[in-house]
Design a protein around this ligand. Structure first.
Ligand code: C2E
Ligand code: CA
Ligand code: CA
Ligand code: CA
Length: 276
């Protein structure tokens, strides 16, 4: 038994080493990615449920790794957050999204970017946003920043102050992954969000769980009474779209209507919702 215990311990440390090694490689790779333009933004369309018109896009980061191919953010963003690299990556996302959106053929579409709590820690994010808007010439009304409630857990006063400053520039603020945290509701009274994105975990259970249908309908109702736009993300089926429309949801985003991709000159401006 003693021997067994020891070998288990041994494997455990080896696993840790392998894990640490992998993280180190990603970290070093990310430094190069920033330097050699391996990071890209893909844009996923968001449509109005009322008439199917294209309202904007969410920018989602991709890493075109020289040997591993296209890497999704879940494989490197958490490491970037732990190592502090998220600051440079986040600034790149901000600037790139503003620059690209300013060049889109149709000049009224919004661009939403994701921001990590770590980006707020540096304390100059509002200046970064102002600078990105100025250098790109993007109308602040076309920029949206998606945050999750984890940002509001600590340092609430200073974060709320910063969010207000950004909002005062005309930029809108969306609460992402709504409903997945511990106190999504209480944060709504802390800051006047412009938009709430219902987490895709709820959307994917629509039509399967009566309780989920009720929760989604309530969130939409909450949005109505707070005058907050409600977006459903992760919409994959027509059934989900039908239920969301019946609930009165404002915007819809998901594979059913479009995957994250490059913004085309001749884009689809109207989602086909006739059957939906
Ligand atoms: P998120 O902000 O919740 O983004 C939504 C995720 O759902 C995206 O995954 C998107 O591609 C995916 N998605 C969209 N429609 C559907 C659908 O119909 N079905 C399913 N199953 N998934 C769908 P992605 O692109 O892999 O991004 C994962 C997460 O990485 C994001 O979750 C966000 O938290 C983070 N992320 C992405 N880009 C950035 C960025 O530029 N900065 C930061 N800090 N985080 C980012
Ligand atoms: Ca998001
Ligand atoms: Ca989300
Ligand atoms: Ca998420």
């Amino acid at each position: 038994a003693k021997h067994e215990g020891r070998s288990t311990f041994c494997w455990y440390t080896q696993d840790l080493d392998a894990e640490a090694q992998k993280r180190k490689e990603i970290e070093q790779g990310l430094v190069k990615a920033l330097k050699f333009d391996q990071l890209k933004l893909k844009y996923q369309p968001q449509y109005a449920l009322s008439d199917g018109s294209l309202k904007g896009y969410e920018a989602l980061i991709r890493w075109e790794h020289p040997t591993k191919g296209m890497m999704r953010p879940d494989s490197f963003i958490p490491i970037a957050e732990d190592t502090g690299l998220i600051e440079d990556i986040g600034n790149w996302v901000l600037e790139q999204a503003c620059r690209e959106a300013a060049l889109w053929p149709n000049s009224n579409r919004r661009v939403a970017i994701n921001m990590s709590p770590a980006q707020f820690a540096a304390g100059d994010i509002q200046k970064r946003v102002a600078r990105a808007l100025q250098s790109s010439g993007l109308d602040p009304k076309r920029l949206e920043i998606e945050i999750t409630e984890s940002l509001l857990i600590s340092n609430t006063d200073s974060v709320v102050h910063t969010l207000r400053q950004i909002r005062d520039m005309g930029v809108s603020i969306a609460m992402d992954d709504f409903g997945t945290g511990y106190s999504s509701l209480s944060y709504l009274s802390l800051f006047p969000f412009d938009k709430i994105k219902i987490d895709k975990a709820f959307i994917q259970d629509l039509g399967k769980e009566a309780s989920t249908d009720a929760i989604v309908t309530s969130i939409v109702g909450l949005g109505r009474s707070l005058n907050v736009t409600i977006t459903a993300e992760g919409v994959e089926t027509e059934e989900q779209a039908i239920l969301l429309r019946a609930a009165g949801c404002d915007l819809i985003q998901g594979y059913l209507y479009g995957k994250p991709d490059d913004v085309k000159v001749h884009e689809t401006v109207q989602a086909d919702m006739t059957a939906k």
